[in-house]
Design a protein around this ligand. Structure first.
Ligand code: KIV
Ligand code: ZN
Length: 520
């Protein structure tokens, strides 16, 4: 039996993914994603772009200090200050990497950099040299490589490998390439860059035409041995290659591709949920691998086939990607040990205090809902995480609403303020959620605009948990809030408190005054 070549998985959820419009992660959230990426087994985590902001610098530093198994990379433009900052941020890692990039296409050289090709080539080479003097592991990316004159690309890659680049990355920055063209470009690079065997070829594909994952796989077929992408396909504009799609294509079609990865695929579903949860970016139901319908069979013929033999209509076993089982349910008589073992099977290893809290939340839910499924447990765990992550400036105690046909929706809410005092207020609104939000506004006094409001059912049935995601804009910043409950008004209130507490924590960081909300 021949051994399969390894394809390195480079996760850039915390860098390119964080560039998605509307995402802004706190340090704790980045840490949590990084820890989960380590459990998933990615080879490289691009933890951020250290020189881009003090917050990014701090996050890259913190990840480099704590997350030991993967290589930790920071992005850097080909400028000395960026490279030095990147090194400062990652030098605490067991396996640090500087990833430096510069544009290479005519369009970028003329309209973006306004420099001539030789100047840019020199800048690339001196930057790689500088990075290599600091760090043994250096990745170089010619940005917009797929629209770059190929002879110039060969020269640039050769010179940067000579200068010390250990990985050369070929970005399809604008998602323009076709799979056949991209594969051809990788093949030509292998044939025409004389020292290419001294570096690993990486690819970084954007999804503007929906070809990011197919382009990445086409490159792997031609010899690329590192693929960059993001969980759930996050990233600039239409996103990057979705890592779960790339990984499962390699795992499922390793027979044809002759390659494998170091990934623990059973962590895929949990990673996807965590990233969606933290970013507030939902996963579309028909998304490959991790969408709600990915393993659901609707038509009678398909259902009949799967009952007779799973492989008739399923090319992957859902358990291999850590998909929660719908047949295993817990109920109100289930004990702590049963809960612990089910949570462990779902990938949650809790310490005693986390388990105690999870058990308390589980019992509350089991009282209201006959059967608690894996999906419910995952939702409970994300709620628990949210409560622990976000400083509870205000805590919600009670919500009560009267509404209905011919009624004026009226809400009474009771919160505990930062001084520990219980404050109660009431308001009317256009509907019950509006009434609750108005009542909360009267107490908290943080003017904001609600820009997104979404309710999803975690499972089927009228007793399902409702998961509410909202986004508010406050002082030019966007804050996501999530909340779950079998009562969707309570879930909506929790989501609002979650977003407001984030906004309040940010205001506290920046020492902004709280203004009273004009009440109607
Ligand atoms: O898309 C791109 O070209 C990038 C580079 C910085 C690698 O993200
Ligand atoms: Zn990119």
């Amino acid at each position: 039996m021949t051994t399969k070549d390894n394809v390195l998985i480079f996760d850039t959820t915390l860098r390119d993914g964080e560039q998605s419009a509307g995402i802004g992660l706190t340090l704790d959230e980045k840490m949590e994603i990084a820890r989960q990426l380590e459990r998933l087994g990615v080879d490289i985590i691009e933890a951020g772009f250290a020189a881009s902001s003090p917050g990014d610098f701090e996050a890259v530093c913190a990840i480099a200090k704590e997350v030991r198994t993967p290589t930790i990379a920071s992005l850097a433009r080909c400028v000395p200050g960026d490279i030095d900052d990147a090194w400062e941020a990652i030098k605490g890692a067991d396996k640090p990497r500087i990833h430096t990039f510069i544009s290479s296409s005519d369009s970028h050289l003329m309209d973006l950099l306004r420099k001539n090709p030789e100047e840019v080539l020199d800048q690339a080479v001196s930057s790689v040299e500088r990075a290599r003097n600091l760090c043994d592991n250096v990745e170089f990316s010619p940005m917009d490589a797929t629209r770059t004159d190929i002879e110039y690309l060969y020269r640039m890659l050769e010179a940067c490998i000579n200068a010390g680049a250990t990985t050369v990355n070929i970005p399809d920055t604008v998602g323009y390439a076709l799979p056949t063209e991209f594969a051809e470009r990788i093949r030509l690079i292998k044939e025409n860059v004389p020292n290419i065997d001294k570096a690993i070829i990486s690819v970084h594909c954007h999804n503007d035409l929906g070809n990011a994952a197919p382009n990445s796989i086409a490159a792997v077929i031609e010899g690329a041995r590192q693929v960059e992408g993001c969980i759930n396909g996050l990233g600039e504009r239409a996103g990057n290659a979705s890592l779960e799609e790339v990984i499962m294509t390699i795992e499922t079609r390793g027979d044809a591709l002759g390659v494998t990865t170091n990934i623990d695929t059973r962590q895929i579903y949990r990673t996807s949920r965590l990233v969606s949860d933290i970013t507030g970016f939902p996963v579309q139901p028909n998304k490959a691998i991790v969408g709600a319908n990915a393993f659901r069979h609707a038509s009678g013929i398909h259902q009949d086939g799967v009952i007779k033999s799973r492989t008739t209509f399923e090319i992957m076993d859902p358990h291999t990607v850590g998909w929660p089982s719908s047949s295993l349910v817990l109920g109100k008589l289930s004990g702590r040990a049963g809960l612990r073992s089910r949570l462990e099977e779902l990938g949650f290893n809790l310490d005693q205090s986390q388990l105690d809290l999870a058990f308390q939340n589980f019992k509350e839910l089991a009282d209201r809902k006959r059967e608690v499924t894996d999906a419910d447990l995952m939702s409970l765990m994300s709620m628990q995480r949210r409560r622990q992550d976000v400083v509870q400036v205000y805590k919600m105690e009670r919500v009560q609403v009267t509404c209905g046909n011919g009624e004026i929706p009226t809400a009474t809410v009771q919160l505990v303020n930062p001084d520990g005092e219980t404050v109660t207020d009431a308001a009317t609104g256009a509907g019950p959620v509006d009434a609750v939000y108005q009542a909360i506004n009267r107490i908290v006094g943080v003017p904001n605009t609600l820009t997104e409001f979404r309710v999803d059912a975690v499972t089927e049935g009228v007793d399902a948990l409702g998961d509410v995601t909202i986004r508010i804009r406050q002082n030019g910043n966007s804050f996501v809030g999530r909340g779950s409950d079998t009562d969707i008004i309570v879930a909506s209130a929790r989501a609002y408190m979650n977003a407001l507490n984030r906004a309040l924590a940010e205001m506290e960081d920046q020492k902004l005054p709280m203004e009273p909300v004009p009440t109607s």
